[in-house]
Structure formats: C-alpha cells, structure tokens
Design a protein. Structure first.
Length: 301
C-alpha cells in the first residue's frame, strides 16, 4: 500500500501538470480568435480568385503559348496532358507540436494510406509542420522525397510562408512534370471539431461551373495570356495562405479542447487520490488505535 507521503506527492505533481494544461488552454483560447479573424478575412479573396480563373477557363484552354507545341503553359493548370502520371506531388500540413488530441494523427494516417495507394510512383512531398516532417523523414519508401519543408511557422502564419510554399509547388509541377498535386490537411469546421480534407490542387478541378459568358463581353489589356500569367500564381498562393490559416485555427481549437479535457481528467484524478489519501490515513489511525487498545489489554491481563 502506498504511503501518505507518496500519495501527497502524486497529488502535488498532478496539480502542477493541471496548471500547465490550464495555461496552455488559456493561451490557445486567446490565439484562436485572432486566427479565426485572419482565416475569415482570407476566404473571400481566395474564393473570388477561384471564380475569376474558372470564368476564364474556356478561353485559356483554347489559347496557345509561343514555343509550346504539345500543350500551352496556361492549359496545364486545367488539363496537364504533358504531366507524368507516375510522378505526383503531395502537400502535407500538420502542427509543429503535439498535445492537440488526434489533430496530427488523422492527417498522418491518411498520408500513410495515400503513400501506400501510390506505391511505385515518384512522390515529391511538400510538408508543413514539424510533426509531419519528422514522420516522413523516418519513412524508408522508394521514390519518396521531401521537396520542401517548413517548420515552426504556427501559430504565426504569414503570407510569406504561403508564397514560399506556392513557389516550390508550382516550380516542381512544371520542371519535374508532375501529373498532379494532392493536399491533405485539417480544415477548421468549428471550435469543437476539425474536418480532414484531401483534395487535388493541381491541375485545377473546380467543383461547380460558373455561368458562361460571351467572348465579346470583355476586352483584356494587355492581353488574356499576360493577365493569366499574373493571376494564376497569385490565385495559388492566396489559396495556400487560406489553407494554412484554416489549419492553424483548427490546430489551436484542437489544442484548446485537448487541454480542457486533460485538465478535467487531472481534476478527477486528484479527487480520486484525495479519497485514497483519506482512506489510507483513516486506516493508519484505526491501526494505531488498535495497537493502543491491544497494549492496554496486555497490561491489564
């Protein structure tokens, strides 16, 4: 049986851990509002950019670039006939730290499944977050290489981080003739839950078509091709920025919920140990009384 000293030390250690958990919850709670505001502000711009490119899709597919014989630079963003289907890209976004419940585990589980489904292919991975980087670095899979990594950016994501990620992905998409690029991350659904998302980001695959327009409706200056070359990189980077903000908010929410649950569990454990402490102390008092009574009876006999 544990001594009173051991139980008191356990209670003290658990209370100390509980204070750390409550502090982490408060920090996440303070940061989540700012992260939500940034995420909400980034959504309209990214969605409008998607709508603009989708609106130009028909013209882009009929447009040819000088020097491009098989496929134009612009149309590769929609069709990508020249891409090698045996060479693909994967963007993996996780957190930099743990203590966030299943936030990182669900992403890495899906990433591992994706890698198994694409065995035999050359996979270039663009990883954001220390947990994902460390996980992929330990894998010994033929054809798998980390093409880009960025750690320690959460919870202070800026557009510069999205710009670097977007540049790396688009460069690899063209220079390495990637057939497609897939993204796996946790999307912010609510304060209580996150949604695992897997989507193809290159080539573009818009879910809902927009209303078609007549070619004579608009005149483009300096030209559609020049506008598209400027618009698409901004579109892709803006979308990456929105996704990083979504993942950041989801990570903070998961951390806050995990620390709240852990703090409550610690409180229950302290209560249980308090009851155990009282029982052990009562048992010790009872044994001492019995020893006194037995000693008195022995003296009287």
């Amino acid at each position: 049986m544990e001594s009173l000293r051991d139980i008191r030390q356990n209670i003290k250690a658990i209370k100390s851990t509980q204070q750390i958990m409550q502090t982490m919850k408060m920090i996440s709670s303070a940061r989540i509002r700012k992260a939500q505001d940034a995420m909400t502000a980034a959504r309209p711009f990214a969605q409008k950019m998607l709508q603009m490119v989708d609106d130009l899709k028909t013209d882009i597919l009929t447009m040819s670039d000088d020097g491009d014989t098989a496929e134009s630079w612009s149309s590769r963003f929609f069709v990508n006939k020249t891409g090698n289907p045996q060479k693909i890209g994967l963007i993996c976004i996780t957190g930099d730290k743990g203590l966030a419940g299943s936030f990182n585990a669900v992403v890495l589980r899906r990433v591992l499944q994706f890698l198994k489904e694409n065995q035999g292919k050359e996979i270039s991975v663009f990883v954001i977050g220390k947990k994902g980087r460390d996980f992929l670095a330990r894998l010994k899979m033929p054809g798998l290489k980390i093409a880009y990594e960025s750690v320690g950016i959460f919870p202070k994501v800026t557009y510069a981080h999205a710009e670097l990620l977007g540049e790396a992905v688009m460069k690899a998409f063209f220079t390495e003739q990637l057939g497609s690029v897939t993204l796996i991350y946790n999307d912010f659904k609510s304060m209580a839950s996150q949604n695992l998302v897997e989507e193809k980001v290159l080539p573009f695959a818009f879910e809902a078509p927009v209303n078609r327009r007549e070619e004579s409706d608009f005149a483009f200056e300096p030209g559609l091709k020049e506008i598209f070359r400027i618009l698409v990189p901004r579109l892709f980077k803006a979308n990456m920025y929105r996704i990083l903000l979504e993942s950041q908010a989801a990570n903070l929410a998961a951390t806050m919920n995990a620390m709240d649950a852990a703090s409550k569990n610690a409180g229950e454990l302290v209560t249980a140990l308090g009851l155990k402490l009282n029982k052990v102390r009562q048992a010790g008092i009872t044994n001492e009384i019995l020893d006194i009574v037995n000693g008195a009876e022995a003296l009287n006999s």
